[in-house]
Design a protein around this ligand. Structure first.
Ligand code: NDP
Length: 577
């Protein structure tokens, strides 16, 4: 981001506006996450029903033993399975709520679904699968197919159970095994359990008065009802459609609805920042020239991210902490003002353009990239209802009510996001001595690398907090998958029954997390959203490791190079405890 010579008062004024917009939002909505529900039962049950499989197939409860069991069948499980297979570990079971693998890409099949991370980096195991994505950015169906192809290649379908939700996972000290219970009365045993359930897996709804009164059709963005809309949204040409939410999902859905619906009304509480997102087909000549191992080389480059030059480091070191923060903030504001300028250039109606401008620092919310989102608001059938931070708080029989006006709709799409799984687990997990993991975390998350937690031997958590954050999530998941596979392999090849982080190792990591989170109050100053737990206070250790991806990767390596130091390794039954 370029530095400019604008006076500091320019930036200070914008910061004041950021604060006003944030405070306004905090006063309008109930505190923290209480404004949402992800308990979609009773009248709300229809919002979580799997549209891809109406009824779970009947089967007998399973009562057997596998070596490795994954809770969840998304990328975490798939890419880790690849690494386990390379090490000869094949007795692998995926337990998955959906009726296929794919996780996010199984559920999110809304029109326009695509990934904002370059496909050659995002799709894992491209070397192993001998596959080159068709475009620079992959669309949802291609990613979902890639997930299925991985499952086929590594025979993961053989032992997988679908339409099954894990309810309880407990450590049997006598057997030195995990028992995994499900909503299908299964009692499966596994030596190693990997929580691979994703962090944004449960759809959530904003609790809006009267939402059950609505007489039209309604669903959540992650449960798209193509029976109603038609495969190509052709049934919407005579329908009045509304969408609540303007986050990353809505940004991809809105252009598709704008093109097809008779009318589209977008109900906005906080605008997203929308940047350019050009896409193009993969150059076949480039693809042909790729040498085996090309993706691994790309990943190495990511991990070896360029270090700051000594001159740049010296320049920064010469600044006071206040100057450093100011410099960062000013360049962040420059970036956001470029986002504003782009809106002015694209959106024709001045009032709509103003309403679409995000007033917060870049990265307070998940940045979005789309070339068609902003032009959609120039279409005659598309209306933006900007609630100016209030949000929709009431729905009547005919549709959402704002400022005393009931907006009559045939279809209402809730693009209101997903519950954030802070601990990385969804079910009740009980470890050594009957300790529940939620109880252990009651005073703050305690892990080693965000992956291991002491007293829960042979349990691994993927994608949870206390791990590094990466915009390309699969980069992070792949380092975790590599690490977990290496840990399991170490236990196996040395004949250890169990591997359990020591308390000292855990103490070290918790302090590392706290140390690196203490630098700024950026997150608290941000407009509310799921990145900052809706503006709620949270304990300093309940978040990502902010020491950088490379350092996180290096720490993983250090841990693996001295297993006996970081883990209790139990050779035979009971030795680890
Ligand atoms: P988000 O949580 O990002 O967005 C939810 C939206 O609903 C926000 O705009 C929120 O407003 C709005 N909202 C909630 N309640 C109300 C209300 N009562 N009235 C009006 N608006 C309301 O969910 P998404 O599903 O969009 O995205 C979740 C995440 O999934 C993304 O951040 C991203 O990580 C991932 N994703 C990635 C994609 C990609 O690669 N392109 C595509 C889709 C998702 P407010 O901001 O005010 O809270």
């Amino acid at each position: 981001m370029p530095r400019t010579s604008r006076p500091q008062s320019y930036y200070d004024d914008i910061k004041t506006k950021f604060k006003e917009e944030r405070d306004k939002r905090l006063t309008y909505r109930p505190p923290g996450t209480a404004q949402y529900t992800s308990e979609l039962t009773g009248e709300l049950d229809k919002y979580s029903t799997d549209p891809w499989r109406k009824e779970a197939p009947r089967r007998e409860p399973i009562n057997d033993q596998v070596e490795v069991l994954f809770i969840g069948g998304g990328f975490s499980a798939l890419l880790t399975s690849g690494r386990l297979h390379e090490r000869g570990i094949e007795n692998i079971r995926i337990v998955e709520r959906g009726s296929d693998v794919g996780g996010t890409w199984y559920w999110n099949r809304y029109p326009g679904a695509a990934c904002d991370v370059v496909s050659y980096d995002y799709l894992p195991l491209l070397d192993e699968m001998d596959y080159v994505p068709v475009n620079h950015y992959s669309r949802g169906p291609e990613i979902f197919s890639h997930c299925q192809a991985i499952a086929r290649k590594y025979n993961l379908y053989d032992l997988a159970v679908f339409g099954t939700t894990v309810t309880e996972t407990f450590w049997n000290e006598e057997e030195q095994l995990w028992h995994v219970k499900t909503d299908r009365d299964d009692d499966m045993r596994a030596q190693f359990v990997i929580c691979a359930n994703g962090t944004l897996a449960k759809p959530k709804l904003s609790l809006i008065e009267g939402m059950n009164k609505f007489k039209g059709h309604a669903f959540h963005s992650s449960r798209w009802d193509y029976e109603y809309t038609g495969e190509h949204l052709e049934h919407l040409k005579d329908k009045r459609v509304g969408i609540i939410g303007t986050g990353a999902s809505a940004v991809q859905i809105v252009p598709e609805l704008g093109k097809t619906a008779k009318s589209l009304t977008v109900f906005q509480r906080t605008p997203s920042s929308i940047d350019v997102r050009d896409d193009w087909p993969t150059d076949p000549n480039w693809a042909r020239r790729l040498q085996p191992g090309w993706q691994a080389k790309r990943r190495e480059k990511t991990l070896a991210a360029v270090e700051m030059s000594p001159e740049k480091r010296a320049e920064l070191d010469a600044l006071t902490p206040e100057e450093k923060v100011r410099r960062q903030e000013n360049s962040n504001i420059n970036h956001m003002m470029r986002i504003h300028k782009r809106i002015d250039e694209i959106v024709e109606d001045k009032a709509t353009a103003e309403a679409l401008k995000p007033w917060y620092m870049f990265m307070c919310k998940r940045p979005c990239f789309h070339n068609e989102y902003l032009p959609t608001f120039n279409l005659p059938n598309v209306t933006l209802i900007d609630t100016q931070g209030k949000g929709i708080t009431e729905i009547g029989e005919r549709g959402p009510i704002f400022d005393g006006v009931e907006h009559e709709l045939d279809l209402l799409v809730y693009a209101t996001g997903f519950e954030v799984q802070i601990t990385g687990i969804y079910n009740s997990i009980v470890g050594v001595g009957g300790q529940n993991l939620q109880d252990k975390y009651a005073d703050g998350i305690r892990t080693l690398l965000g992956i291991h937690t002491s007293g829960f031997p042979n349990l691994f958590i993927m994608g949870g907090y206390q791990a590094s954050f990466q915009f390309n999530l699969t980069d992070m998941l792949q380092t975790q998958g590599d690490h977990i596979a290496a840990c399991i392999d170490h236990a196996r090849t040395h004949g250890y029954q169990t591997i359990d982080a020591t308390e000292a190792a855990e103490d070290w990591w918790v302090q590392e997390v706290i140390h690196h989170r203490g630098k700024t109050s950026r997150s608290e100053d941000c407009t509310p959203g799921y990145y900052n737990f809706e503006g709620a206070e949270n304990r300093r250790q309940d978040g990502n490791y902010n020491g950088g991806f490379r350092r996180y990767f290096q720490h993983q390596g250090e841990v693996r190079s001295d297993m006996a130091h970081y883990f209790h390794l139990g050779k035979t039954k009971g030795e680890a405890l």
